[in-house]
Structures are given as structure tokens and as C-alpha cells.
Design a protein around this ligand. Structure first.
Ligand code: GLU
Length: 548
């Protein structure tokens, strides 16, 4: 077979050669050890935790090493593409501080190794497709869907492996006349790889996360170019990662079974194989067993979930670090205020089997992250969240930003900051009572207290309340009321003989808390009253008195 002739017949428009590409995309001038890595997502419009995990890993490894991190958009599957998806993707990643030195931008490209959208790289793939045909390493296949279906049925009946290989690779060694005849008829064709592998052989391979592996060689003549001339993932991966001078491919371990094919392809193309890090899946507990997070069953897989719930992006990043690197939590305890970027991310600390994702743990991390923020930050974040998800609340919050900030300042700062909030969507339940329009009597006083007794305590407080009092005076007054009305003002004394009292000062405080906040749990009462102002404190006490 004259492969040159076949190549020229299949790719009449290709005039450039792999050498031309080598000159156009020269090796990068980077210091020894600098990692070039990338994100290569498909623009489906669905950005998920898996993308973040992959992106954090490739971003950290390249930037920590003084290398390059780039974004390549794998948009070869037009059926799956959603308009605006690239923008959503880039913005979501930026939100989580996954940054790129080069690559696809919202409306174009930045960098010398582009185009960075696979849909703009058809000519480049065809140069290499032609090259492989010239070398006798690729050939056209004219099988129709029906023929492939029949082949599959036969394989099923014969109980042999499915696929296009060995005796089933019917176009592998067909004479030029047959090919010419089909081309003349205009029969659609795909370009297939001529595999020289055998499933009798194993290849040895070292993955940076999975360790030493032995994988079965590939014997399939997989498709390189589809009938529309668009490459498959495999072919594009080899061409792109070579020409973009990727040194480390970080991707999900669903690609591990394809690796033997990729190794063959790189070799056939004369490319040096990059290093690979295959990340295990994110899993969750389902009852007592673990399973992969699923798009269908688990809303928490989508990044939009975190935005809608109001998780600070820092909390999500921080939590993902804890599940990605086993030593991260210790580091965080030792460096509570250090920026995430100063943690030395290590691929060796990644679990080859994947990470267990736990929303409760994420909430704890988030509480910690939020507790370290100052009131102005919390206000800004809650307002930003509310503007999108609860405009009424946003309007209330922004009516008086100083007061709103003061509310968020309660219990904040100091050695032991309160950890009330895990997500911004909880802010309204936490402090909505400050706004008359959201104030509701959520909780009731324990029915063991007689209404008349509650009224007595509330009236006594209202009569003595002076908004100018300092915290100690304010509390002494409550204690005095307690004592006068037969409640223990000292908790120890109360615990020693509870029957000797109507209750304790804590119960009197609880009456007030319910009157003023409508809830059994609230931020510090003294601060709450100070911010509410005397008029509203009295009005709420009056309202409760009237209701009792
Ligand atoms: N587009 C592929 C995916 O989304 C990229 C895999 C890779 O990083 O090479 O799974």
C-alpha cells in the first residue's frame, strides 16, 4: 500500500507538517522542575466539584513549581455544548481562585500555544492525522453504524471482547481500490489508529497519584477522527498536550483505562509522554457504604449549589484541600491565618482511591472560615448572597449598612469567636429578628413558667431598663430582678437546690430573649438590645406582655 498516496488522498488540503508545528510551538523556556499543567474541561454548562478538585490540583502543582497553568476548552462534542458555558466555566473557576496564565478566555485566547479551543484546531489535528496515515499507523474505516452494530452482536454471540480489533478490524488492510471506491461514492469515513498492541501484554506505568501500575496493552483500532473530521478526546489529548508543552496531565481516573492507548499514540506520533496524575473520584457515604458523587442524585456536586446555599468560596476551597491533602488540617491548625496558597500542596498526600466528601465537615470548615472574617466582610458577603437569592432581605440589610455590620460584629473577633454561621443563607434566621419585618415569635417560653410570673419579670426589666447602662450594670439589674422575684441569681446556688427557687437568672434572661428576639437562641442579649435601641426593646417587651 502506498501510504503517501493514501494520505494525500485523504487530506488533500494539508500542506503543513509536524515539523512546522514543532517550530510554531517550541518547547517552553522554563526552569528545571517547572510544571506545565492544564484544565481541559468540556463546556457543558455544568461546573462541578470534580472540576474544582482537578483544577486545584493542576493549579497548585504548576504555580507552586513556577510553571504554567492553562485552560483548554474541549469543545469537540457540539451536541453537549451549551451557549455561554465557557463564560460560566471561567467565572466559576475565577471565583475559586483557579487562575490561568494562558488559555481560552471568554471571547478568545491569551497565550502563544493556542488556539485553546479544540474546535479551532481542526487544521492542526489533520496535520498529525495525515502524518500517521503516511506512516501506515492510521487508516480510514467506512463501516456504517449498522455494520458496527452487527459486529457487536456477533461478538456478543461469540462471547469475545467488543470492539474494533484483530479480525473485526475489517478496514485495516483493505487494498487502495476498495478505499478509492468508497471515497468515490462519498461514503463517510472515520480515521482509525492501527494498533500493534496485544491484550497478552502488559505495560508498566507510574502514575503520580496511583503509583506503579500494570495495564493491559491496547489492541483496539480506536477512532482518531470522526466522520466530520473532528478528533476524539484521545487524539486531541495527544496532539494538544504535546504542542502546548504540557508536562503533567492531571485528570480524573475514568481516563486510566485509556492510558495504554494514549501511550501508543504518543509513541506513534513521536511525542514524549507527559507525566500523569489520575485523581480518584469524590465519594460520599450512603448509609454505611461509599459511593461516587452522582450528578443525578447529589445536588452538592454542582458548584451552583454552593453559591445558592451561600458557602464562602474560601470555605469550599479550604474544605477541598482538607480532603485532597491528608496533612492539610494539621497545617491549618498550626497556621490558622495563613493564606491557602502558602500550604505546600503535595501530590504524594493524595488518596489514590479518591476522597470522601462530607457536607457536615464542610459546614464545620465553613463555620471556622466565617468566624475568622470581620463584620464588614460578613456583611458584604451576606448582602451579595441576598441580592441574588433573597432581595427582600438584601433591601433590609442595606437600609442601614452600619447597623447591619454592627449586628454581624456581635461575638466576632477575640480569641473565641462565635461560630453561628455556616452559610450565608442562614444569616436571616440568625439575625433577621433585628428587622421588624422579619421578626417573628419562633419559640415560646417553657410552659412550666406561669404567665403572670413572666409578666412580672418583663415589667420589672422594662421599668429599670436604661440603654446607657454598661453591660455589668445591665446584667446586675437582671440579677436583682431575678432575686426579688424568687429566682436564683447565682447558678451554683440554683443547681445545689433548684426546688428552693422559681428558676434562675438564666430563665429571666430567657423571658427577655424571647420577647426581644423571638428565639431561645440568639447572639449576646446586651449587644442585641444596644443595637435594637431602647424604643424597640420596649415595644417588643410590650408586645409580648400584651400577647401573654
Ligand atoms: N475533557 C476531558 C474531561 O473533561 C479532559 C480530561 C483531561 O484533562 O485530559 O474529562
Amino acid at each position: 500500500m502506498d501510504y503517501q498516496k493514501l494520505a494525500a488522498r485523504l487530506f488533500p488540503d494539508v500542506v503543513q507538517t509536524p515539523q512546522d508545528m514543532e517550530l510554531r510551538f517550541p518547547p517552553r523556556a522554563l526552569p528545571e522542575g517547572a510544571v506545565v499543567s492544564r484544565m481541559a474541561p468540556s463546556p457543558t454548562g455544568f461546573v462541578h466539584l470534580g472540576n474544582l478538585v482537578q483544577g486545584f490540583t493542576s493549579e497548585r502543582l504548576s504555580h507552586q513549581s513556577g510553571g504554567v497553568h492553562f485552560l483548554r476548552v474541549e469543545d469537540t462534542d457540539a451536541k453537549r455544548e451549551v451557549p455561554g458555558a465557557v463564560q460560566v466555566l471561567i467565572e466559576s473557576l475565577r471565583h475559586y481562585h483557579i487562575t490561568f496564565d494562558e488559555g481560552a478566555t471568554v471571547d478568545g485566547d491569551a497565550g502563544d500555544y493556542g488556539p485553546y479551543r479544540q474546535s479551532h484546531r481542526a487544521q492542526i489535528y489533520h496535520i498529525y492525522a495525515k502524518f500517521l496515515v503516511e506512516q501506515g499507523m492510521a487508516y480510514p474505516c467506512f463501516c456504517t453504524e449498522e455494520e458496527l452494530g452487527a459486529m457487536r452482536a456477533r461478538q456478543e454471540a461469540e462471547k469475545v471482547n467488543f470492539g474494533y480489533y484483530g479480525p473485526f478490524a475489517v478496514w485495516r488492510d483493505r487494498p487502495m481500490e476498495d478505499i478509492e471506491a468508497e471515497l468515490a461514492k462519498g461514503t463517510p469515513w472515520v480515521l482509525r489508529f492501527r494498533s500493534t498492541g496485544s491484550i497478552e501484554n502488559k505495560i508498566k506505568f507510574t502514575d503520580l497519584i496511583k503509583g506503579n501500575l500494570e495495564l493491559t496493552e491496547n489492541d483496539m483500532d480506536h477512532v482518531l477522527l470522526k466522520s466530520d473530521g473532528i478528533p476524539t478526546y484521545h487524539f486531541a489529548h495527544a496532539v494538544d498536550d504535546h504542542l502546548m508543552r504540557t508536562t503533567l496531565v492531571v485528570r480524573g481516573d475514568e481516563w486510566l483505562p485509556s492510558l495504554p492507548f494514549h501511550v501508543q499514540l504518543f509513541r506513534a506520533l513521536g511525542f514524549r509522554l507527559p507525566k500523569y496524575a489520575h485523581i480518584g473520584p469524590l465519594m460520599k457515604m450512603d448509609g454505611t457504604s461509599k459511593r461516587k458523587l452522582s450528578k443525578r442524585k447529589d445536588p452538592e456536586l454542582a458548584l451552583t449549589y454552593y453559591r445558592a446555599q451561600g458557602y464562602p468560596t474560601e470555605a469550599v476551597s479550604e474544605y477541598l484541600m482538607t480532603i485532597l491533602n491528608s496533612n492539610f488540617e494539621d497545617w491549618r491548625r498550626a497556621n490558622p491565618d495563613a493564606p491557602l496558597e502558602s500550604f505546600a500542596f503535595s501530590i504524594k498526600k493524595m488518596n489514590p482511591a479518591g476522597s470522601l466528601f462530607d457536607v457536615d465537615k464542610l459546614r464545620d470548615v465553613s463555620k471556622n472560615v466565617i468566624s475568622r472574617m470581620n463584620a464588614a466582610q460578613v456583611y458584604a458577603y451576606v448582602l451579595d448572597w441576598a441580592q441574588q437569592f433573597d432581595p427582600e432581605f438584601a433591601a433590609a440589610l442595606s437600609r442601614d449598612p452600619m447597623t447591619s455590620t454592627a449586628i454581624f460584629a456581635i461575638g466576632r473577633g477575640g480569641k473565641k469567636p462565635r461560630k453561628d454561621l455556616a452559610v450565608w443563607s442562614e444569616a436571616k434566621a440568625y439575625m433577621g429578628f433585628f428587622f421588624d419585618e422579619f421578626f417573628v415569635m419562633e419559640d415560646a417560653v417553657d410552659p412550666k413558667f406561669a404567665k403572670a410570673d413572666i409578666c412580672l419579670a418583663l415589667r420589672a426589666f422594662a421599668a429599670n431598663y436604661n440603654p446607657a447602662d454598661g453591660q455589668d450594670v445591665w446584667f446586675d439589674k437582671i440579677k436583682t430582678i431575678a432575686q426579688t422575684l424568687g429566682y436564683a441569681s447565682d447558678m451554683k446556688a440554683y443547681r445545689a437546690s433548684p426546688d428552693a427557687y422559681r428558676g434562675s437568672v438564666a430563665d429571666v434572661s430567657m423571658f427577655l430573649r424571647i420577647a426581644v428576639t423571638g428565639k431561645l437562641n440568639s447572639p449576646d442579649m446586651y449587644e442585641v438590645m444596644r443595637i435594637l435601641g431602647a424604643e424597640r426593646v420596649r415595644a417588643r417587651i410590650d408586645a409580648m406582655l400584651a400577647a401573654l
